[in-house]
Ligand binder design. Sequence first.
Ligand SMILES: Cc1cc2nc3c(=O)[nH]c(=O)nc-3n(C[C@H](O)[C@H](O)[C@H](O)COP(=O)(O)OP(=O)(O)OC[C@H]3O[C@@H](n4cnc5c(N)ncnc54)[C@H](O)[C@@H]3O)c2cc1C
Length: 303
Amino acid sequence: MNMKELIIIGGGPAGITAGIYAARKKLDGLLLTKDFIGQLGNAGVMENWPGEKNIQGPELLESFKSHLENYEFPIKQEEVEGLEKSEDGFRVITEGKSFESEAVIITTGRRPRPLNVPGEEEFVGKGVSYCVTCDGALFQDKNVAIVGGGNAGLEGALELSDYGKKVFILEIGDRLQGDEYLIDKVKDRKNIELLTKVKTEKIMGDDFVTGLEYENLSDGKSSKLEVEGVFIEIGSIPNSNFLNGLVELNDVSEIKIDPETCRTATEGLFAAGDVTDVRDKQVVVAAGEGCKALLSAYSYIKN
Ligand SMILES: Cc1cc2nc3c(=O)[nH]c(=O)nc-3n(C[C@H](O)[C@H](O)[C@H](O)COP(=O)(O)OP(=O)(O)OC[C@H]3O[C@@H](n4cnc5c(N)ncnc54)[C@H](O)[C@@H]3O)c2cc1C
């Protein structure tokens, strides 16, 4: 088997940046990614990437990707299912294949946190969605619910209120959790209704979603809402489940890294971006961390 110097897992801002630096340093490497979508590919308008006052997430990601492709750095679109130690480094396992390298950088990012209620899994793509930017326009003139009253939920509700007939926000806490300016904007919209201290319990439907059931936590009573779409915006979880104990994780399953070098506790294994315990989950931070991880991995490989 052809042993590489480096494998980068993930094709988001952290992985692509690591790939660009690896290519420029002429490392014998490979980038393995499930897709070139990740979180940035699902983000709406971005106003905090330096040099671009206003750019759509997918457009920014496409420009990162074409920058990497400029270098002919090997890329394979495959989902990594396992990672283990090999004699001289690591074995990265995808469906039916494996690849070996001296060092690995993990940049697998995060995915939406599921609600874990009956009906959720069954109706994904049939009215249940985790991405307003991707699916909101499908709900033109329909009643929809958005579960989660943080910034993502509020931004989603504002976007949905431009398409939908009525938008319900269901927040489990006793007040909305987002920024004040967003809360004010939401309160100004006549077609948004806020429900606080409510727990979503069930999503119903036949071929498609027809409604949801929630418990009012003040009096324990259950109520139903007739909606054709349910958007779930209750945060995200790191994509670290394929690591099988090889790396030390924190109590929310993020990879623990040394903040200066992006090293993990496992020698030769580095990690960067939103899958790690880095405090700030932002594109500019993920790209910077991808660069740091590569420079550390480079010095590990060459020394
Ligand atoms: C809706 C939304 C809006 C946002 N808005 C902003 C904003 O305005 N400004 C900002 O700075 N940040 C924003 N963010 C956050 C930003 O998108 C993330 O901080 C950034 O994308 C993290 O980059 P990453 O490379 O660590 O991970 P990701 O972008 O999540 O990329 C991870 C990559 O790993 C791949 N992958 C995952 N699992 C595997 C596997 N098992 N095998 C192989 N590949 C795998 C994925 O396919 C993907 O390519 C937003 C996020 C969301 C969800």
